[in-house]
Ligand binder design. Sequence first.
Ligand code: ATP
Ligand code: MG
Length: 489
Amino acid sequence: MQTSPDKRDPLLSTPSPDFGRRAPAERPLQPTIIARAAHSISRASISPHALKVLYRLKDAGYQAFLVGGGVRDLLLGIVPKDFDVATNALPEEIRRVFRNCRLIGRRFRLAHVHFGDEIIEVATFRAAAAPEEVDDEDHREMDEDARAHDDSGRILRDNLYGTIDADVWRRDFTANALYYNIADFSVWDYVGGVEDVRARVLRLIGDPEVRYREDPVRLLRAARFAAKLGFTLHADTRAPMRELAPLLAGVPAARLFDESLKLFLGGHAVASFATLTEFDLLPHFLPPLAEELAREPEGEAARVLRLGLASTDERVHAERAVTPTFLFAVLLYGPITRLAAERSAAGVPAPQAFAEAADSVISAQVKRIAVPKRFTLPLRELLALQPRFERREGRRALMLLSHPRFRAAYDFLMLRAAAGAVPQALADWWTELQTLNAEQRLERIAALDPGESADGAAPPGRRRRRRRRGRGGGGSGGGDTSGGAAPDA
Ligand code: ATP
Ligand code: MG
């Protein structure tokens, strides 16, 4: 059952640049095969678990290839994020080969082989057309009904199995459609992917408009890979993007949540934001933010956003934790702050204005991106705590320090200070306060001058607390934090 295409010298058979655009009948039945000696992929850079899966499938008599981003990244000399395997073994056959295996997905059936924290994803070759990756609880695949499209051409199910030379045409970009064969360590290229990787070009396989309609998430994937890899989008791949961007409205919001994390928590948030903007995808992905930036492209919200995404990238590169809560706080701070200020100006008390603004912006956003409540609830809290940093005197400051959300709120305060939304001295005061013991903290708070508190910003109806006079005056470590810099949130 194994197909064995003849091995040709890759130098003699450079693929034509518009390979991918050929009609199915004209598509090459044989790949260009790049022998081990002619490419740079070494087994030493492949995860031992992925190698184990590949060898085990091969030893069981199946074809087994490393595919997708793993092959692409290894050719580029980048450490792959994960390793995907493609095989001619059917899902049930894969399960029989591996004890540590779970079949997942209905719309797009996959095997996950588990090794502790690492999961190797194993997919059976698909018969032509393209998949959507995410599980869809509504559908159980049935033989007579293994593939379905909706009215706009979107693929709803894709569980017809095929061979490698059918599978390749339903992959998205040529750079993602290279197959590393564990049988002889060669790379199989049907679509000119090696050439495109070398030229750093991102090119959709097939007719771009058809491929975006089949799965509009490819619009976001195009923006993401352009950002992550620094590739240039091929003119044909880029041309229909703006016009088709509204198709994102038809993509399940849960899938867009996954995609948002890949875009912004993968270490390339700043670059991804730039490509999303460049290809006009933002209004269909992050509508409240897009609206805010359209109103004020260089305002406070834009600065918080820019610095927030940059610090997210830094944290990822330093292997520090990043959270969807903080990310969406960065993405929604601008629109929530503006709306809260508008309500406040209309006479709504500040805490209520904030609550209404947060409700309204978050509910508009989750219609597009299904951010789970376990992230939106702390996000609201984190933003709601911001005004409390400006009211430092008395026990309130100490209570804030022990608030369960203090750390995240403090990180966000630092971001706002860097963006010029609050004085840096206020942020420094809180930084220092955390280094002090209980007694020193009381002294520090007692030492505040009356003018240094922004108590005037407290919501009407709240009792002002009497301030104890500081001992010995001076040296509060704070700065001018009065009035005007109070956030609207
Ligand atoms: P990375 O893992 O670095 O984000 P990747 O290219 O491996 O990038 P995955 O989402 O892991 O992306 O998918 C693995 C492979 O599956 C892709 O390289 C591509 O060949 C195929 N694929 C994934 N999503 C799609 C899609 N929406 N349409 C067509 N092919 C896809
Ligand atoms: Mg991958």
